[in-house]
Every structure is written in C-alpha cells, then in structure tokens.
Ligand binder design. Structure first.
Ligand code: AMP
Length: 274
C-alpha cells in the first residue's frame, strides 16, 4: 500500500493505477470500514482510501478535537484489507484555502441536516474535492449514514461525476449495535446499555410488519421506549431512503432512521423496514 499526503503525490500514484474504487473515510477503522474496502476490491479495481477528519462537517460545538485518531493502526488495517493507495492529507492540504462551498440539496435539510446545520454542505464539499483528486470509477459508502448516501447520490447526479456509487449494508457488533468510531467513547457498562437503541428500531419495524397501518404508533412507541431508557431522542421516523421524506406507507425503499444521545455521545442508525 502506498501512503500519500499531498495532491501531487496522490495524482502521481493514482496515475499508475487503472480503474480505481474509492472509499472516503475519517479513520478510526472498524469492521464496517474494512468491509467497504473489501467490497471495493471485489470487482478487480485498485482500491484507494482517503483518511481525513473533515473539519467542514463538524459544528463548533461538536466532537472534532476528540474524534479518535489512530493513523498507524488504520494504515496497517487498510493494508491487510488489500488497499492499494492511502491518501491521508493534512487539513492544510485539504482545506488550507477553501472559500468555495457546495450547498447540498433539499434532501440535506431534514433529520441530520436539521440537527447539524451545514453538516452535509461540509460533507458534499469535501467528497466533491476528493472525487476530483482521486478520479475514481466507483465509490463506496455505508448505509449506516443513510442520509449521507442520499446527499452523495444527488451530488454525483447534479454535478455529473462519472462515478458509479455502491452503498453497503451496515456492519454490526454481535449484539446489534452498528459499528461506529464513536463507540470508543463508551465504557463497558455504557456500551452494553446503548444496544437498547438499535433494539428499539428493530422492534418498531416488527410492530409495523404486524400492523402496517400503524406506522405513527410504532414511531411513538419507539420514542417513548428510548426516552424511558434515558436516551434523548433527536428523531425516529420511517422514511423513503432516496428522498428521505417521512412516510406512513412501508415499501421496499422504506427504512426506519433514528438519532439519539446518551452518555454525551450521539448515535445514528437505521434499518430496512421492508
Ligand atoms: P466515517 O469514517 O465514519 O466517515 O465512515 C466512512 C464510511 O464508512 C462511510 O461511508 C460510512 O457510512 C461507512 N461506515 C461507517 N460505519 C459503518 C458500518 N458500521 N457499516 C458499514 N459502513 C460503515
């Protein structure tokens, strides 16, 4: 695996590769990231990964400075996963001069966008820069960040990036908690407790399967249960996974999404409702 830190080095190394499948990340790798890298390599393309904790997607009040950074460990995990090219730029290289911003579309205003103003503009701006730098033929994102997938789908369509998008199902811990770099913030007791979050989402899906006409009842039930378990609930909703609009009719593209806070950590997750 070649590690590069500047755009010049990246362009030189990328030029020696043929088709490239690209996985953008913020590091602190877990099995979810590794699965994206594995799937990126499964069709025979070279695999490029970026590791950059994007300051544009964090609000001043958020956890940018405490976001886990463990670069050497990440590099060796990526190398073991068969990654060919690792781009790990400094903030100066990436956003040292950054006056231009991409404004993500309507899909970015809801849910995460409503709770994290500017977040998706920051994501879209950096992902567009990375696409221009890496020039991949395909790019891999995790459905764990469902709304991010919707924003990127629109970005690629609207700005005409010639890139095939692949969205990969969420990798979970054995008890059902979605793998996340932020899970490192919990101690063992807290970690065992927060599994109540994905369980509440799964239960709401089961409730809707039993009674498809009572989507709002299932949402209310999940929120009540989460609040009783000590979570602050930012939102729980059944949505269409392309438009991200709330729906009370469950179809093949419907997913339940949720965001909660407990122990000073914010968790997001989603499940297929079909
Ligand atoms: P991050 O480093 O958190 O920005 O994530 C990098 C990529 O990995 C994003 O496309 C995420 O959606 C994806 N990802 C994060 N967690 C998981 C997971 N548990 N399973 C699958 N993909 C994930």
């Amino acid at each position: 695996m070649i590690v590069v830190r500047t755009i010049e080095e990246l362009r030189a190394a990328r030029g020696k590769l043929g088709e490239v499948a690209f996985v953008p990340t913020m590091g602190a790798f877990h099995a979810g990231h590794i699965e994206l890298m594995r799937q990126a390599g499964a069709k025979g393309s070279a695999v490029a990964v970026s590791l950059f904790v994007n300051p544009l997607q964090f609000a001043p009040t958020e956890d940018l400075s405490k976001y886990p950074r463990q670069e050497e460990r990440d590099f060796s995990m990526a190398e073991s996963a068969g990654v060919d090219l690792m781009f790990a730029p400094s903030p100066e290289v990436m956003v040292g001069h950054q006056e231009t911003r991409i404004v993500a579309g309507k899909v970015a205003q809801l849910w995460e966008g409503a709770h994290r103003p500017g977040h998706f503009d920051g994501v879209a701006t950096i992902v567009a820069k990375l696409f221009n730098m890496v020039q991949p033929q395909s790019a891999y994102f995790g459905l764990k960040d469902l709304q991010q997938c919707a924003v990127i789908r629109e970005l690629v369509h609207d700005l005409n990036f010639p890139i095939e998008l692949c969205f990969c199902e969420t990798i979970r811990e054995p008890d059902g908690l979605a793998m996340s770099s932020r899970n490192q913030y919990f101690n063992a007791e807290q970690r065992a407790d927060v599994v109540a979050f994905p369980r509440a989402l799964v239960q709401a899906v089961a409730a809707v399967k039993e009674n498809p006409r009572n989507v709002s009842g299932a949402v209310t039930g999940a929120k009540r249960e989460l609040e009783a378990a000590g979570f602050a609930v930012d939102y729980v909703a059944f949505v269409d996974s392309v438009t991200m609009q709330a729906t009370d009719v469950v179809g093949p593209d419907t997913r339940i999404i949720g965001a909660v806070r407990k122990y000073g950590v914010r968790l997001i997750d989603n499940h297929s409702a079909a």
